[in-house]
Ligand binder design. Structure first.
Ligand code: 13P
Length: 256
């Protein structure tokens, strides 16, 4: 499948920003900024507490709702966790899995990312699997090895049919929140290698259908060039997703 047959995805990750009071205003602004029929899929991944409000506001709109994590069990004695069926029940269609901040600060591993992803797709959610190397790994030239290992572990046990409910996000850790974006060529090289790794595991047709996003200081200025790369099918946006104007401009950058 050629790139232009894959529908781009622009997903916002609000991270730990905006409680329900602030979320209402931002969601209203996003509903005004995003066209009713955008050329890409648009998703906002909000804090858990904002989900009921966001589900209500986004109902019937062109913006899909996502969460930022889920547990691998459907229910049970896991204090402080939220399960994938709970997210589906409250109106989420997407969930981020294995974000580098979860791995860095909360002890999540390749293995638990795989378990969480499997639970997400089994609950009918679309999982956004994050992979990415840190600066030490990048300086040692280990980025392809690191990212493909995270990808393989994250997809453990995922069937070809379930893969249709997976998006992969390449987020180099050194580019997140730093203002330092990977160059379009650097990002494209890793995304190409990720698609190749999926082709080896699932076959070329499945790999050609997979949408691979870039994340890490993506904004309205650099989005167009990144989105033009052959293996980059969208973006996972942190800081710039907190401003409706910037996020809307990134959505618009998918037009070209
Ligand atoms: P920034 O866009 O703020 O660099 O964050 C990227 C990210 O981590 C999205 O998940």
């Amino acid at each position: 499948m050629e790139k232009n047959k894959r529908k781009p995805v622009i997903a916002g990750n609000w991270k730990m920003n905006n409680g329900p009071a602030a979320a209402g205003g931002l969601l209203d602004a996003l509903l005004s900024a995003i066209p009713a029929q955008p050329v890409c899929e648009v998703v906002v991944c909000v804090p858990f507490l904002d989900i009921p409000l966001a589900a209500e506001k986004l109902k019937g709109s062109s913006i899909a709702l996502g969460a930022q994590n889920c547990h691998f069990a459907a229910s049970g004695a896991y204090t402080g966790e939220i399960s994938a069926p709970m997210l589906a029940e409250t109106g989420c269609s997407h969930v981020i899995i294995g974000h580098s901040e979860r791995r860095q600060y909360f002890g999540e591993t390749d293995e638990t990312a795989g378990q969480r992803l499997k639970a997400a797709v089994e609950a009918g959610l679309t999982a956004i699997l994050c992979v990415g190397e840190n600066l030490t790994e990048r300086d040692a030239g280990q980025e392809l090895e690191k990212c493909t290992a995270q990808l393989t572990a994250g997809l453990a046990g995922v069937t070809e049919q379930e893969l249709e409910r997976v998006l992969v996000a390449y987020e180099p850790v050194w580019a997140i929140g730093t203002g330092r974006t990977a160059t379009a060529e650097e990002a494209a090289r890793v995304c190409g290698a990720l698609r190749q790794a999926v082709a080896e595991q699932y076959g070329a047709p499945a790999a050609q259908k997979l949408r691979i996003l870039y994340g890490g200081s993506m904004n309205e200025k650099n989005a167009r060039e990144l989105l033009a790369q052959p293996d980059i099918d969208g973006g996972l946006i942190g800081g710039a997703s907190l401003k409706a104007g910037s996020f809307g401009a990134i959505v618009d950058a998918c037009q070209d």
